[in-house]
Design a binder for this molecule. Structure first.
Ligand code: PLP
Length: 395
């Protein structure tokens, strides 16, 4: 099939719910993608943070290849060796809770919403307060929890029990909580909302407040999890521990997975029949996740994020000094960085792609630069060179 035929198939038969770039990719390896004409691109937004270990990481490929011929799927009313093993590792690496497995970030957040409702049942509480500019997924409940009306307004009437307050504003949160509130949900670093990092003091106050009011503190680590910020989970930067955490994206290294981790007392509320996912935690998915965790440890990827993240930030800072009228601010943590532009970034994103660099723009003027956690200095040099060249030519 050539490029035109591939696009024609989409135009004819795929629901048009995505804004398309026009690029057709056929191969990926590490930080690189190749399009159908053989052009090579540096991917600094790999799979919207899914391919966090780079494309086709060899350890994940091997693990999936091996598992696929042994056992792909088994119904969740049976046991298999890999799900419990993965749950144990996630539990030990985080806050000692129990894990529910599913297939995406939205599903992980649905699970969090459902566990919060179960938690509230005994006291008649059901409301969840989340943040303005948050992003939690596209199912009806998670898009309602998402604090951006552009995503949920078209689907009104929305499910009840969700409200939003400004991020990093403790007083607004305190005022929004009433006798029917059961949980607070937030991303420690807002991703889609523009790479907004939570304040340390703010998160500490939120934690204390949730404990005092018996509210579940739930962190959406779908985008921040698995090393992107320099710690395995972003909450580990802040000296606070959530009651519930949701994961997806990099967890599977490209394989579709999601997970919700809940403290043991809370997890105990999900008794048989309360929640399920047919595909969740399959042997194949778990093999991919275990390979991701092994690679993060064996390849010292958290250390890599710290050094690569500092280097990338320093290079972006230098670009900001070169183009002070175009770049207003550099923000983020680890390799979850952004340049706040003085203008709509879509033209710049397009120019970068034409020059072989893939990045993303969110909230009109926030350029998201989120390479894989395996990124090298040479790849960063290459990306920043292209970005600098494009910043110099856009009008
Ligand atoms: N939560 C966050 C923070 C996200 O960034 C996303 C997706 O971008 C989601 C949830 C939804 O994940 P998925 O698209 O896998 O359902």
């Amino acid at each position: 099939m050539n490029r035109e035929e591939i696009i024609q198939n989409y135009n004819d038969c795929v629901v048009g719910s995505y804004t398309k770039t026009g690029l057709v990719f056929v191969k990926g390896q590490g930080s690189y993608l190749w399009d159908i004409e053989g052009r090579k691109y540096l991917d600094f937004f790999p799979g919207w943070a899914v391919s966090g270990l780079g494309h086709c990481h060899p350890a994940v490929v091997e693990a999936v290849k091996e598992q696929v011929s042994v056992l792909m799927h088994i119904a969740n009313n049976h046991y298999h060796p890999w799900q419990g093993l993965l749950a144990r590792r996630l539990s030990e690496l985080s806050f000692g809770g129990k894990v529910f497995f599913c297939n995406s970030g939205a599903e992980a957040n649905e699970s969090a919403i459902k566990i919060a409702r179960l938690y509230g049942n005994k006291t008649g509480r059901y409301k969840i307060v989340s943040m303005e500019n948050s992003f939690h997924g596209r199912t009806l409940a998670t898009v309602t929890m998402t604090g951006q009306s552009k995503y949920n307004k078209p689907f009104e009437p929305l499910p009840p029990g969700f409200s939003h307050v400004p991020f990093n504003d403790f007083d607004a949160l305190r005022k929004a909580v009433d006798g029917q509130t059961v949980a607070v949900m937030l991303e420690p670093v807002q991703g889609e909302g523009g790479i907004n990092v939570a304040g340390v003091e703010y998160l500490k106050r939120v934690r204390e407040f949730c404990t005092e009011k018996d509210l579940l503190l739930m962190f959406d680590e779908v985008q921040t999890g698995f090393g992107r910020t320099g710690k395995l989970f972003a909450y580990q930067h802040f000296g606070v521990v959530p009651d519930v955490m949701t994961l997806a994206k990099t967890l599977g290294g490209g394989f579709p997975v999601g997970a919700m981790v809940a403290g043991r007392d809370i997890a105990a509320l999900m008794v048989p029949g309360t929640h399920a996912s047919t595909f969740g935690g399959s042997p194949l998915a778990c093999a991919a996740c275990l390979a991701v965790l092994d690679a993060v440890e064996k390849e010292h990827l958290l250390e890599n994020v710290q050094t690569a993240g500092d280097y990338l930030r320093m290079k972006l800072q230098a670009l900001k000094e070169k183009f002070p009228e175009r770049i207003k601010k550099i923000k983020g943590l680890g390799v979850m960085l952004a340049c706040e532009l003085d203008r709509d970034g879509s033209e710049l994103v397009k120019a970068c792609a034409e020059n072989g660099l893939l990045i993303n723009c969110t909230h009109v003027n926030i350029l998201r630069i989120m390479p894989s956690i395996t990124v090298t200095k040479e790849e960063i040099d290459g990306a920043v060179e292209i970005l600098g060249k494009c910043l110099g030519v856009i009008k």
